[in-house]
Design a protein around this ligand. Structure first.
Ligand code: DX5
Ligand code: ZN
Length: 215
């Protein structure tokens, strides 16, 4: 069963409480929270205070995606704010194991992410230390971008590796996913689909959650 992980970046922040409630009521189990520092990516989003606010509003699993140059400086702050998993980028820590260990000690699930231009083979040998592999299907920084199709073959490559090794890492795909491509993303081997614009722009959210769950 595929899971949808709505990216709160796509929500209407003037009605954040209602948006989170509506995700809950639609049956969402995972919320994806995009944290940007204006340095690793050319945009700034929100920090631990907003994560804490969201944590108070929902019982959903909070999947925190750190687009930060020095993610480890903020691990503890996001864990204290209610993060259930923390994902950082391979590009800032190409030897990622010690950072995965730091996160484990803090009691959260661990995630690693690669941009669309990075070969998936680089990250595969590290996956035994990670609960989540976040494959970017856009260049991070902004919601509402177009899905980069060659990422489909990376999903397949990661799926084959994970299944062959018998490890449990969850494959997440992030960026430009909507109804037009969700089925092929799942077919390629994704477990969780991050959807910002497509989820928060949808007026029948329960139906969209069911559609993704049934893929
Ligand atoms: C991009 C973020 C994504 C993005 C998803 O930097 O990591 O999570 O907001 O939004 P959509 O679904 O609009 O591409
Ligand atoms: Zn993200």
């Amino acid at each position: 069963m595929a899971k949808i992980a709505p990216s709160v970046l796509g929500a209407d922040f003037s009605r954040l409480g209602e948006e989170i409630k509506s995700a809950d009521e639609a049956g969402v189990e995972v919320l994806h929270l995009d944290i940007m520092d204006g340095h690793f990516v050319p945009n700034i989003s929100f920090g631990p205070a907003i994560v804490k606010t969201i944590d108070k509003l929902t019982g959903a699993f909070l999947d925190v995606h750190l687009m930060l140059t020095e993610p480890e400086k903020y691990f503890e702050a996001f864990v204290d704010a209610g993060a259930d998993s923390i994902t950082f980028h391979y590009k800032v820590h190409p030897e990622p194991q010690p950072y995965a260990e730091q996160l484990r000690k803090l009691g959260v699930k661990t995630g690693i992410s690669i941009n669309p231009d990075v070969e998936v083979a680089k990250v595969l040998p590290h996956l035994e230390h990670f609960d989540l592999l976040l494959l970017m299907s856009v260049y991070p920084g902004f919601g509402g971008q177009k899905f980069i199709r060659p990422v489909l073959s990376k999903i397949m490559e990661a799926r084959n590796y994970i299944d062959k090794k018998g490890i449990k890492t969850i494959i997440q795909v992030d960026g430009g996913i909507d109804r037009s491509n969700a089925a092929e993303v799942v077919k390629a081997g994704a477990d969780w689909l991050v959807m910002g614009t497509a989820f928060f722009g949808c007026d029948n959210r329960p139906e969209l959650v069911k559609y993704i769950n049934n893929l």
